[in-house]
Design a protein around this ligand. Structure first.
Ligand code: NAP
Length: 250
């Protein structure tokens, strides 16, 4: 992954896990295009990478809008002429309610961003990668792509969908040199869960779900994404890799 010509897209790159992934791609010498709905933080994140000596640009895109995803990939091709890696990471926690109380709008919003968003991104990334002789895609699932969690039916359904979508696409494009995998973080200390962390009782309960005895860090997820993107993972596709402090082993 040392060629300066390699190019990556990271969605949801203004914050948390996506920001760490973008930073790690840049450290590997990859030109990274950060994408997010948060223009201010996304622009800042790209600037920080450039100040650290990396190559980075920001493009505004809402992954729940197919045209934004198409334009995001067109931007990458226009500015870099190729696409080698994508980390489809943008996501939200969404409405927390038991199934019968979950609003229709809450269900539709979480499916639109956390599941359809990944489909829209891949729909436009895959043809771009085929033009660059293949590539690697890492989709951000969750431990909740493998097991349930009360009060998060929409999130759980979307993340299970991400794992299935990853497997189907991996089968389709393996012969053409595109590897597609999913990552399943446990609870990671990012702005997405800061509200939960600020409640001492809830925080202790969350920590207790992770045998390692703490929540994860964004950098620990980024490390797995970088490995899955790299040639070191050349025989890995259609897989789901947890990075969860032992959460799923309980
Ligand atoms: P985060 O810190 O909130 O970062 C997510 C970023 O995505 C934010 O900048 C957010 O912008 C952006 N975003 C939201 N909706 C978007 C959209 N429609 N299009 C483009 N960007 C959008 O969250 P994180 O914890 O890093 O989460 C990243 C991914 O990891 C998500 O897919 C999440 O489900 C997954 N994950 C997280 C955890 C965890 O415990 N943190 C665990 C398992 C999986 P705004 O802040 O402006 O909304």
């Amino acid at each position: 992954m040392n060629s300066p010509q390699k190019v990556a897209i990271v969605t949801g790159a203004a914050s948390g896990i996506g920001k760490s992934v973008a930073e790690r791609y840049a450290q590997e010498g990859v030109a990274v295009v950060l994408s997010d709905v948060n223009q201010e933080l996304g622009t800042q994140a790209a600037e920080q990478i450039r100040q650290a000596g990396g190559q980075a640009t920001f493009v505004l895109a809402d992954v729940s809008r197919p045209t934004d995803c198409e334009q995001m990939v067109a931007f990458v091709l226009e500015h870099h002429g190729r696409l080698d890696y994508a980390c489809n990471n943008a996501g939200i926690g969404g409405e927390q309610n038991h199934t019968a109380d979950l609003s229709i709008e809450g269900w539709q919003q979480i499916l639109a961003i956390n599941l359809s968003g990944i489909f829209y991104c891949m729909k436009y990334q895959i043809p771009a990668m085929l033009k660059s002789d293949g590539g690697a895609i890492v989709n951000m699932a969750s431990i909740l792509g493998q097991v349930g969690f009360a009060g998060a039916a929409g999130y759980v359904a979307a993340k299970h969908g991400v794992v299935g979508l990853t497997q189907a696409a991996a089968l389709e494009y393996a012969p053409q040199g595109i590897r597609i995998n999913a990552v399943g973080p446990g609870f990671i200390s990012t702005p997405m869960i800061h509200e939960l962390e600020e409640n001492p009782e809830l925080n202790s309960a969350l920590v207790a779900l992770h045998p390692i005895g703490r929540l994860g860090r964004s950098e620990e997820v980024a490390e797995l994404v970088i490995w899955l993107s790299s040639e070191k993972a050349s025989f890995v596709t259609g897989a789901y890799y947890p990075v969860d402090g032992g959460y799923l082993a309980r």
